[in-house]
Design a protein around this ligand. Structure first.
Ligand SMILES: Cc1ncc(COP(=O)(O)O)c(C=O)c1O
Length: 444
């Protein structure tokens, strides 16, 4: 069991300077459980108290090769000796853009940003400018970053309910203007009929359908057969821009991301996370005629866009992904972990199902495989949360929030997987004995 003496003391000090003691609401796990990390290497993290964790969060997904990969770090160290910010371009931008366009189907042109949030924000603005329409369709359980256009969830759960046939979009933060909410049409993921009906009624107002091809912010739920193809067809038939948000799937589930994996090409795509193995780099790109709106009335820029640190990391990461079997290793480790978890859960005899791609998947305490966000709500989340928090205490770190998938990297070893399975078995037996499924971790 871990001791968190130093993290607890740092939390107290940091809370006087940083709201919740951290620089992202999602890093706050409550006053006694919030951890501060000293270092990461490969598949492992060490917190400032010296506790080691097998890491399945991987910084919410980016660390595809493992923490502190020497090949990527060396490329960054070499690049930064030549200066950082010039308010002018560098040759590295063209070099990395060429690699991305070669790897990713349908990406004729792109622009770099620093975060996935910026990438989705710019993609939506571009779609609005291109179509001269304002509304966007998004789906329950998705997350596209922390800008006002997309910070909505569905009114379901607790006391708040809306029908799955006409979900009510509610802001996930105070401070989001009502006018922005009126620009959002929220629909259930994977409901082909409902989407077709909605587009039939509203197409003339809709600039974009933005979709996470796999629900990477809700257990890695996979698209039903025909789902992405339907979005593609409806966009083609109605002059709507299809935006595939590949911030989690890009350079993870295949070299060409979900577009390659599912064989559906969007009009615009957003990338971040695995593009830079954890360094700050993101991009949005797609069809030439849409991208060429930039510079012809559509604005995009930023002091740190195309920053050398992120680009050098992306350059090295893309070379490794293109020239080695890293992604095959990630998927293989994921399959091995899925098998190991399945064996444990079957032995213990709890109802469960597994969802997602092997490189980003979840297990749910419900018999039915989930198809949409509403299935997550009715799964035994309390049991999942309890298991996750006990695992963290034993040195295995999935996210405490059951919506976040388990992420695999090329650095996870067979030993990590065997250790995880054995600790999961101990944990689950203990949690089931105690019948105490109250969530332990706080979410902000
Ligand atoms: C699908 C998706 N889009 C966008 C974002 C926002 O990316 P960032 O956190 O880099 O701003 C995230 C972050 O988790 C994401 O999962």
């Amino acid at each position: 069991m871990v001791s968190l003496t130093k993290s607890n003391a740092l939390f107290e000090a940091a809370s006087t300077l940083l709201p919740l003691g951290v620089t992202s609401n999602f890093r706050y796990w409550g006053p006694t459980e919030t951890r501060y990390i000293d270092r990461g290497k490969g598949a492992h993290l060490w917190d400032i108290d010296g506790n080691r964790y097998i890491d399945y969060r991987l910084g919410f997904g980016p660390v595809i090769l493992g923490h502190s990969d020497d090949r990527v770090d060396d490329a960054v160290c070499e690049a930064i000796r030549h200066g950082q910010s010039f308010a002018l371009g560098t040759p590295l931008e063209e070099e990395v853009a060429r690699k991305i366009t070669a790897m990713c189907p349908g990406v004729d042109m792109l622009r770099f940003t620093t975060t996935g949030t910026e990438a989705t924000m710019h993609a939506i603005r571009l779609a609005r400018a291109y179509t001269r329409r304002e509304k966007i369709i998004m789906f329950e359980g998705q997350f596209h970053g922390l800008h006002d256009y997309v910070m909505f969830t569905s009114a379901i759960g607790g006391d708040v309910h809306s029908s799955r046939y006409s979900p009510v979009a509610i802001p996930v933060s105070s401070g989001i203007p009502e006018a922005v909410r009126n620009m959002v049409i929220m629909l259930p993921f994977n409901d082909l009929e409902d989407l077709e009906d909605e587009v039939d009624q509203s197409w003339h107002d809709v600039a974009a359908i933005i979709v996470e091809p796999i629900l990477g912010n809700c257990g890695g739920i996979l698209p039903e057969p025909g789902w992405l193809e339907l979005i593609r067809r409806l966009c083609d038939e109605n002059g709507i821009v299809m935006i595939m948000d590949e911030v989690k799937t890009g350079f993870r589930i295949a070299r060409g991301g979900a577009q390659e994996h599912f064989g559906v090409t969007a009009d615009l795509v957003t990338y971040a996370k695995a593009l830079g193995n954890g360094y700050p780099i993101a991009a949005f790109g797609g069809k030439r005629d849409i991208m060429e709106q930039i510079g012809q009335g559509v604005s995009h820029g930023g002091t740190y866009t195309g920053n050398r640190v992120g680009l050098a990391a992306a350059n090295a990461t893309l070379d490794i992904l293109a020239k080695t079997d890293a992604l095959e290793v990630v998927a293989e480790r994921g399959r091995e972990l899925q098998t190991a978890i399945t064996e444990v859960l079957e032995r213990i005899g709890v109802p469960f199902s597994v969802s997602g791609h092997p490189s980003m998947f979840s297990f749910w305490f419900s018999e039915e495989a989930p198809k949409e966000y509403r299935d997550w709500l009715v799964s035994n989340r309390a049991l999942h949360d309890q298991v996750a928090s006990h695992l963290i205490e034993r040195g295995v770190m999935p996210d405490p929030d059951s919506r976040e998938p388990w992420f695999l990297s090329a650095a996870h070893s067979l030993q990590d997987i065997a250790d995880t399975a054995s600790l999961l078995e101990d944990t689950l037996r203990e949690v089931l004995r105690s019948h105490a499924f109250a969530p332990k971790y706080a979410y902000a």
